[in-house]
Design a protein around this ligand. Sequence first.
Ligand code: HEM
Length: 574
Amino acid sequence: MCRICHLSSRSGEGGSELILLGCHCKGELGFAHCHCAEAWFMVKGNRCCEICGANAENITIVIDSRVLEEGHARRELNTQNPHDNGERIVCWKSPTHLLPPSPPTLPVIGNLHQLSGSLPHRILQELSAKYGPVMLLHLGSVPTVIVSSPPAAEEVLKSRDVAFASRPHTTVTHRLFFGNQDLIFGKYGKQWRQLRRIATVHLLSHTRVLSFRPARQAEVALLVADIRSAAAASRPVNVSDVIIEFTSNFICRVALGRTYSEEKGEGSKVNKLFDEITALLVAFPLRDYIPWLGWIDRLNGFDYKVKKVALEFDTFIEQVIQEHINMRNRNERTHNNEDLVDILLSLGDVDSSVSLSQENIKGLIFDMFGGGTDTTFATIEWVMTELIRHPNAMRRVQEEIRGVVGAEAKEEIIGEEKLEEMKYLRAVIMEALRLHPIVPLLLPREASVDTQLQGYHIPKGTRVLVNAWALGRDPKLWDKADEFSPERFLNTCAFDFKGKDFRYLPFGAGRRGCPGIGMAEVTLELVLATLLLHFDWELPDGMRAEELDADEGHAIVIHRKSKLVLVAKPCRRH
Ligand code: HEM
């Protein structure tokens, strides 16, 4: 009996006994076939092995509601597989009506009550273990599908990614980003495609990332100087604080042309503004989930807060743009000192196909700042946390970096071409991002049409969250899944940051995957290599490695709950 549609094997023409198909890794494919191998039955809704993600290549899947209505399987010739030599009979429950499994809901709030008490990605992992890798929740009135298996993630991010390429509009993103006229939160469509092209071709291309080298190196030099002065005064270093200052100054330089930290009070004002925006992005406006209770958002001051922050943000960005326009008018800007605002303002001159509104420009500026600051900071924080907790990995990575740079090299900042050779450092970063994908549920997607996912019906407007955190920690997918072991990423090219393998998705994948990977890679590698080259790191006050916590804070980008404070000892190489 097929477990999905309950047709008996005799309904197919093949015969009687059903046997589960195995994969080369000995995982189940989720298909069953009868002993004479003629009738095939879908048993779990998977098209791939749940363990290694391999495709069930030689199986034809017939998505045909007649299969169910008529009560028998249909014959179909597999034309796509050259090795296939004949007919398959496949049975699939009508895909048009079956919704994914769902935990019981309460009136009005749906499943919202189940999301309290821990961090959402952790709760959703537990629920998925019970209800399956494609699970439907009702967050108030918003149907939300949670995806936590490689085949389902692949379907959302690759094979059906046009259907799932939109983002939901929320009260906060709508008000802050000028009606979602930006790249991160914009709806999929012509305008979004233009913004995406601008970001990949003009703002974050390989050449552009290289052109930011002087800014990167200058800010890394300041970071090292800060740590050296703390070390000289025998002060522990608040690693979290110095790294957030580095990332925000670097992105300010690159995007806005200058840092704000040198102006008294101004720097902290900019950081505070962006902190307020990120806090609003994880807030829970009732209007978005239970629309008829939206008046409470007005009553408890939430609407006022959003309006105030939106106004402050707008005023700040307007001022930055005006400063740039004035400098352009005075011919103070040259090709050599262009920042991202200059590039956006002059795009119309260099590319006649581009038409950007003032709102688009403001949105893109936020995207570069919001996309590049917290993410880089949180990743560096997690890498340092894991290295301190794993002294062997710390020793190995430092030996590698010091070996590559060479004992006699005098330079303070490592030449970026040398980063290529640091394979173990790269494996360390990849492993830290497997255990701590800092955007654990990626950014929410929305089905823009009625569509299918793993044989389930997904109505238009359904939100979709891919639980990258659960994928990275699934013991069925990873050997010793909870252990920090960078070696698993050495000597293999099976994984990359672009989402080649759907077990590993720290930057998402597909057309809405992160466009800032190139910029992130070089910044992460340069900062970490420099910190690990010049300093030996220890925990303060005789604390032992196993006592350092790895608790996560609640935010859209997950960083440590508490600040990371370490003792830096300058390393004498020369
Ligand atoms: C360690 C660093 C970073 C990580 C882990 C990261 C991660 C992510 C993730 C998970 C997404 C959502 C992908 C999806 O929904 O499939 C995303 C989107 C995005 N990221 Fe990054 N990111 C990083 C750095 C950056 C940088 C440096 C920039 C630019 C300066 C950037 C700009 C963006 C933008 C604009 C989007 C939205 C893309 C779209 O919706 O089309 N990110 N990032």
